[in-house]
Design a protein around this ligand. Structure first.
Ligand SMILES: C[S@@+](CC[C@H](N)C(=O)[O-])C[C@H]1O[C@@H](n2cnc3c(N)ncnc32)[C@H](O)[C@@H]1O
Length: 93
């Protein structure tokens, strides 16, 4: 899962490293989400326009937040990171 995924580049890399992953991405910018959706269509990525501050974070084995936290204030960062920690699945052996 990539929160603030932009054009979806990190999701593409995650898919390349581990094919078959379920891919979820969101971003505030509808244009970027549209481009990411097109690029990752063959991988069935689930892209949506969402504000990460309100995104209902589903359980996930990998959560990426790259170059995004600086757009949130400290309380919003803490809240998002807490929700991500709660959503992280244990590593598979
Ligand atoms: C510097 S770009 C990084 C994009 C991507 N993570 C990457 O590394 O290529 C920051 C991204 O965060 C998104 N963004 C900023 N605030 C956001 C918010 N509150 N909710 C969702 N996306 C947000 C912007 O739309 C932009 O696509």
């Amino acid at each position: 899962m990539d929160l603030g995924c932009g054009y979806g580049m990190a999701l593409g890399l995650a898919a390349f490293l581990q094919p078959g992953r379920r891919l979820i991405g969101c971003d505030l910018d509808a244009h970027r989400v549209m481009i990411a959706g097109q690029a990752l269509r063959p991988l069935h990525a689930e892209m949506s326009v969402h504000d990460v501050r309100a995104f209902p974070v589903p359980p996930a084995g990998l959560i990426l937040i790259i170059d995004v936290l600086q757009y949130l204030d400290a309380a919003e960062q803490r809240d998002l990171l807490k929700r991500c920690c709660a959503a992280l699945l244990p590593a598979a052996d």
